[in-house]
Write a protein that binds this ligand. Structure first.
Ligand code: FMN
Length: 307
């Protein structure tokens, strides 16, 4: 099975992706967090994140979020200008600010709007497109009005996170509904949601043998060796894992140190990784990292934790 690295706003940006591939790897393609149009413009941080000169991974798929054909056209123009031939469309984001504007999973209750958006793709016959989606926004069966439209298009893959938008990231994934989707989807299908261990990945693979792959999000943030371990068929011993995380963190930290101004900015960028990283770490050590308000204390806490 193929392993895809999830887009995670604020986390899996270019520096994380580049360093992850170099130190851990095991990922077949990395997705960028979604790029969007805000008041008619692109955000500078998004432009930086997709700029080819900032990206070193061997396979990168940029993602867009849009609710109108005009936004879609603007975003596709950007990706094509930057030389991308494969583009992912976000129909899964659950953030109310976006779903309220029928973006992400907020578009799923409106099949005619999905149709208008997807009609735009016909103007780009040389591009490959994929869709990342949830089961619905409010109801678990909203996908039933959407999938027939997707099935008609030449998509390269559909990734399904079997929650609804209203659940955000909580509650259970709905495997019963996923199984129905799996039967009805004519495209290569990728499962996404709550895969934290190699055993979790294997269970999905056994249950759904025709899957093209799985997408790893928070599981890969927590254990950056997860994809590599699945591919190698062996679990990285803890001491080795901690050593690699030390290297990974060091490189990420040095990157942001060279580029962000001031302690507060730097800490607000690097500390959130620890909300996910190495969940088995001793609680006291994790707390010391997350509570630190000075760089010196932060680095000492990280050093102590990764000894
Ligand atoms: C902080 C955060 C940011 C996310 N950003 C994006 C995004 O930009 N695009 C997207 O398609 N999904 C985004 N997601 C959803 C993840 O890609 C993924 O679908 C979800 O976390 C479920 O997979 P997981 O359980 O393996 O993490 C985000 C999730 C989180 C927690």
């Amino acid at each position: 099975m193929k392993l895809y690295a999830s887009p995670l706003q604020g986390f899996t940006e270019a520096p994380w992706r580049n360093i992850h591939q170099m130190i851990f790897g095991g990922v077949d393609a990395y997705y960028t967090p979604f790029v969007r149009v805000e008041k008619g413009e692109f955000r500078n941080k998004d432009l930086r994140d997709i700029a080819p000169e900032n990206n070193e991974v061997s396979h990168l798929i940029p993602q867009l979020i849009a609710s109108t054909p005009a936004e879609m056209e603007k975003l596709l123009g950007l990706f094509i200008e930057k030389g991308y031939q494969e583009i992912d469309i976000n129909m899964g984001c659950p953030f109310p600010l976006l779903t309220g504007r029928h973006k992400g999973s907020g578009i799923l209750p409106y099949p005619s709007e999905v149709r208008a958006l997807l009609d735009e793709l016909a103007h780009y016959p040389d591009q490959k497109f994929s869709v990342k989606m949830r089961l619905g926004w409010e109801y678990f069966d909203e996908w039933k009005a959407i999938l027939p439209m997707l099935n008609e298009l030449p998509l390269s893959r559909v990734t399904l996170h079997p929650r609804i938008g209203r659940q955000q990231y909580k509650g259970m994934v709905n495997m019963k509904e996923f199984a129905v989707f799996y039967e009805e989807c004519r495209h290569p299908l990728v499962y996404n949601g709550d895969l934290l261990t190699v055993d979790d990945i294997r269970r999905i693979e056994e249950g759904f043998p025709r899957l093209e792959g799985v997408m790893l999000g928070r599981g890969l943030l927590s254990n950056p060796a997860l994809a590599m371990d699945y591919k190698r068929g062996e679990i990285t011993p803890q001491a080795e894992l901690y050593g690699k995380v030390k290297e990974f963190h060091g490189q990420l930290y040095r990157h942001y140190e060279s580029y962000l101004q001031g302690e507060a900015q730097l800490l607000s960028k690097v500390k959130p990784y620890w909300e996910y990283l190495l969940p088995d770490m001793e609680k006291k050590q994790k707390k010391a990292i997350l509570k630190s308000t000075r760089v010196e204390k932060y680095l000492a806490a990280v050093r102590a934790a990764l000894l």
